[in-house]
Design a protein around this ligand. Structure first.
Ligand code: ZN
Ligand code: ZN
Length: 302
């Protein structure tokens, strides 16, 4: 036992040091080539996002919906309206989240410095070389300190923090809702076409599909259903995680920190503003936040 403890300990230390060096190397590389990295990553992510939204929108409304409802009927028109409203909310929240400045520099000059008696709560950022408010952290991609930093979102091309988390939540909510709406259409079409299990590998091996003249059609319908299921689960999972963060007033940056939890209602007020869940109806609804992101009430540890 004693003989193996030494080498094992050395191996653990060595691998930890290697991981640390690799991480440092990646961060150094990112910092050094920040402009090029961000200039490529953000447009690429935005292009992927817009292509997926556009593809699902066209496929569902021009291709799937006419096979499920009468194109002249009221249900068809209502589903069209609902889809347009959802896409408006996705793109509106996405755009406003991108445009919203949530950096410490967005504060009025007077608030960028601690007021009397607050300096001990602020901390020094070695990159910005100045004191920054509590819960503000430096982002290497944005190259600035972000108020109540949650994480950097490459799809939004911005950091998610105190001022724009409301838009990020609205974006995820409508992304989940829209892909959920598409999932219902695709499931109905798969049911109608008897295509539910066509792409199932076991069924595919057991059954002879060569005699089925509609096999290619069924295969497409079933594959789209599976792709859609994936595109529904990803934003839904992220939305649930974000709601949990807001519910506890913690952030992805410090996921287990519950020291700022002031009760779920007040926690949601802090992120969504005084109109709270009404903000999910439209990104244009004005909902002022109760504070500017520099002062945080922290629970006293017993
Ligand atoms: Zn900083
Ligand atoms: Zn950032």
């Amino acid at each position: 036992m004693v003989r193996f403890r030494g080498p094992l300990k050395v191996a653990c230390c060595w691998s930890r040091r290697m991981c640390f060096r690799i991480e440092e190397g990646i961060l150094w590389c990112m910092q050094r080539h920040r402009g090029k990295f961000v200039g490529l990553l953000h447009p690429f992510s935005a292009l992927v996002l817009l292509s997926l939204i556009g593809f699902l929108f066209v496929y569902e409304l021009w291709y799937v919906l006419p096979l499920l409802t009468d194109p002249q009927g009221i249900w068809h028109k209502l589903n069209w309206l609902l889809a347009i409203y959802t896409v408006f909310n996705i793109l509106g929240n996405w755009w406003l989240g991108f445009m919203c400045n949530t950096a410490v520099e967005s504060l009025p000059p007077k608030r960028q410095h601690p007021s009397a008696g607050e300096a001990h709560l602020w901390h020094y950022c070695t990159s910005c070389q100045k004191l920054v408010p509590p819960r503000s952290w430096h982002c290497r991609l944005c190259n600035q300190c972000i108020l109540k930093r949650d994480h950097h979102c490459t799809f939004s091309g911005n950091c998610i923090g105190h001022n724009n988390q409301r838009y990020f939540l609205g974006f995820l909510f409508h992304l989940s809702f829209g892909s959920g709406q598409a999932l219902v259409y695709n499931a109905m079409l798969a049911w109608k076409s008897k295509a539910f299990l066509v792409t199932d590998p076991l069924l595919f091996m057991n059954e002879n599909h060569s005699n089925d003249p509609d096999f290619n059609w069924k295969y497409t319908v079933a594959s789209m259903l599976k792709l859609n299921f994936f595109l529904f689960m990803v934003p839904l999972g992220m939305f649930v995680l974000q709601m949990l963060m807001v519910y506890r007033n913690s952030t992805c940056y410090r996921i287990l920190d519950r020291s700022y939890d002031v009760g779920w209602q007040q926690n949601f007020n802090i992120v969504l503003g005084n109109r709270r869940f009404w903000t999910f109806f439209s990104p244009t609804i004005s909902s002022p936040l109760p504070n500017d992101g520099t002062q945080w009430f922290q629970k006293q540890h017993v």
